[in-house]
Each structure stands twice: as C-alpha cells, then as structure tokens.
Design a protein around this ligand. Structure first.
Ligand SMILES: [Mg+2]
Length: 100
C-alpha cells in the first residue's frame, strides 16, 4: 500500500516491480497464516484486506506502465518517422547530385 506522498516517486517500471513484490508478500502471508489472520500491529486489517489492497496497487501500477509504454511507443515512432523522412530527403538529394 503506497502512501499518496510517494505515488509518483520512481519510474513506472520500478513501481510496478515493487507493487508486484508487495502483492507476492501479501499472498505469502495469507497462504502461511490464513486469509483472516492479521499482523499484530494492524489488527483492523486481515491478510485478505492486504491482498486486495496490493492487487489494486498492482492494477494501478500496470495502468501507469501501459500509459508510459504508449508514450514511449509514440516517441519511438515519431522519431523514426522523422528519421525516415530525413533519409528520404537525403536519398533524393544524393540522386539529384548524381544526376547533375
Ligand atoms: Mg502496494
């Protein structure tokens, strides 16, 4: 469960990895100690509550990762489109130079 203050700290990849690890830990606790058991410091939250919260965190981190990947893809193809236009322009000018 990430604190809202730290919500945007770190890259989307790092946050997704971290949230997956937190979900793994919550699932292990639930498997070892039971779904309705709880941490002694937090008797108001069961292991099932923690798993649900971590699942929500993972979903949110995946959504951020997907948005980041869309942006990366957009930037990649935008850059390669510029490069191909530049190559096309250079190829055209070389052909023109050869013709002269
Ligand atoms: Mg979390």
């Amino acid at each position: 469960m990430s604190h809202p203050i730290y919500k945007h700290v770190g890259s989307p990849i790092t946050r997704l990895i971290e949230e997956c690890a937190e979900l793994q830990q919550a699932l292990c606790k639930a498997e070892r100690f039971g779904w309705f058991n709880y941490h002694p410091d937090r008797p108001e939250r069961t292991n099932m509550d923690d798993v649900r919260a971590e699942m929500d965190d993972v979903v949110e981190a995946i959504e951020r990762m997907q948005e980041d990947m869309r942006q990366i893809r957009h930037e990649h193809f935008k850059a390669s489109n510029v490069q191909s236009k530049w190559r096309a322009a250079c190829g055209t000018s070389k052909r023109l130079k050869g013709a002269v």
